[in-house]
Design a protein around this ligand. Structure first.
Ligand code: NDP
Ligand code: 2IT
Length: 451
């Protein structure tokens, strides 16, 4: 049994109740096996054992009052997973499914993702099991204040810089930043994803979606292809899906699917122009359900089905898949369906959207597979650029930030390709991204000694 197999077995035993965390550890560590032989110093320093233990887990009570004065108690989390290469950095997720295992999986993935961006950021994640759906603005505000009332003491511009994720967008960041500023009395870059008026960066809202498409374009280019004329599917209809669609449209492709937790729509003409504007208003202003898109534009709606169920059941033709909703949305049978309909590339906007079985199907069938920590790193990369601008007390132009984002996505693709080759798995972007992200963190950990 290799050291890595031993570590995986230990995690499976110790963190039994955290299947998503176990899955992420298995996905990353299995691909790190080629580093064991080349880096005996990692084994000596027990880096593989250490990297699966968070630096720190903070868990707290979040009491808040609804509009009727009734008190609710939610659970808050911040997992500061690894701070070897920079201040902790990673989003906050507000969703009823949140528990320690989800935040740990996301924080663990974030270590390698942040390292890949080339910017100095450690890995962290946080959030709450709060469900923002159906809550009024004032309830969301009171919840965000209550959450920050505890979180503020654990974060800081040089310590830990949270941002958004599922259920946390501009509105929530505004409330949390306003409250932090009030109690700490500092106007400082402690959160990213801020609005432009109070220290945000141009292109941060667009960054994850744009970045996924820039990354997928690099993948297609290795086959001499581009987005022009391609049929693209995405899932979800939130921040990542919205800007994935905008960028695909700009590059001449069309996106034919959208979903939310209630169902999926298929629009064979593509989500563009007036329809994209409708989506932005529906999801960001009115906070409605995707079914309204089907009603308004008279396209098919599949209640209770995911995008991947619909592709499997209807046999839709797909060139490129850019999942953008949540973890484990693509199962083995969905991956097999994507292979059947001729999918060329899958680049993950969501975090860990494909199960381990599904990834294997892509890899065994020659589908180009861009793992989340590489493909969706554009969001945190521009968060890193927001931190730089806050430190400089300066704001770059849209063009400047977009160019940096593009270059970062290119460099992530290049370093993943190169690491895959150097460690004997040419063409395997999953192995390449994991190894390239891991090496920098592991070397820093060795340098620090036994801490
Ligand atoms: P949003 O909250 O803006 O949108 C999430 C979308 O996914 C919604 O349409 C939501 O539907 C759907 N969704 C969420 N959970 C589920 C579920 N369990 N089942 C079905 N549908 C679901 O989040 P983002 O767009 O920001 O995030 C989407 C994904 O991208 C996540 O995996 C996130 O971790 C990842 N990501 C986000 C980044 C960012 O910068 N925002 C950066 C990198 C990755 P509904 O409204 O019905 O819940
Ligand atoms: O998963 C992610 O990379 C994010 N949700 C973005 C994190 C960030 O700090 O911008």
């Amino acid at each position: 049994m290799s050291i890595i197999d031993e570590v995986i077995a230990k995690v499976k035993e110790k963190d039994k109740g955290q299947p998503e965390f176990i899955q992420a550890v298995e996905e990353v560590l299995t691909t790190l096996k080629p580093t064991e032989e080349k880096h005996p110093e990692f084994i000596k320093a027990k880096i593989y054992d250490r990297i699966v233990e968070p630096d720190r887990v903070v868990m707290f009570r979040v009491p808040w009052e609804d509009d009727k004065g009734e008190i609710h108690i939610n659970r808050g989390f911040r997992v500061q997973f690894n701070g070897s290469i920079g201040p902790y950095k990673g989003g906050l997720r507000f969703h009823p499914s949140v528990y320690l295992g989800i935040i740990k999986f996301l924080g663990f993935e974030q270590i390698f993702k942040n390292s890949l961006t080339t910017l100095p950021m450690g890995g962290a994640k946080g959030g709450s099991d709060f469900n923002p759906k159906g809550k009024t603005d004032s309830e969301v505000m009171r919840f965000c204040y209550a959450f920050m009332r505890e979180l503020y003491r654990h974060i800081g511009p040089d310590t830990d810089v949270p941002a958004g994720d599922i259920g946390v967008g501009g509105r929530e960041i505004g409330y949390m930043y306003g409250y932090y500023k009030k109690i700490v009395n500092e106007h400082t870059g402690v959160l990213t994803g801020k609005a432009l008026e109070y220290g945000g960066s141009l292109i941060r809202p667009e960054a994850t979606g744009y970045g996924v498409v820039y990354f997928a374009a690099e993948m297609l280019a290795t086959k001499g292809m581009d987005f022009n004329g391609k049929v693209v599917v995405t899932s979800g209809s939130g921040n990542v899906a919205q800007y994935t669609i905008e960028k695909v449209n700009q590059l001449g492709g069309k996106v034919i699917t959208l979903s939310d937790s209630n169902g999926t729509i298929v629009d064979m003409d593509g989500v563009k122009g007036e329809k994209w504007n409708f989506l932005m208003d529906l999801k960001n202003v009115r906070r409605g359900r995707i079914k309204e898109y089907a009603d308004k534009f008279n396209v098919p709606y599949y209640e209770g089905k995911s995008v991947w169920d619909v592709i499997r059941d209807e046999g839709l033709k797909v060139d490129v898949a850019l999942p953008g909703a949540t973890q484990n949305e693509i199962h083995k049978d969905h991956a097999e369906a994507l292979v059947r309909v001729g999918t060329i590339a899958v680049a993950e906007g969501a975090n860990m959207p494909s199960t381990l079985d599904a990834i294997k199907v892509f890899q065994d069938n020659g589908v180009l597979y861009g793992p989340a920590k590489a493909a969706n790193a554009g969001g945190v990369a521009v968060s890193g650029l927001e931190m730089s601008q806050n430190s400089l007390r300066y704001a770059w132009t849209r063009e400047e930030v977009d160019n940096r984002l593009k270059n970062i996505m290119k460099s992530i693709h290049k370093s993943s390709v190169e690491a895959a080759e150097a460690y004997g798995r040419p063409g395997d972007l999953l192995t390449g991204a994991n190894i390239a992200g891991f090496l920098k963190v592991a070397k820093a950990m060795v340098a620090f000694g036994v801490v």
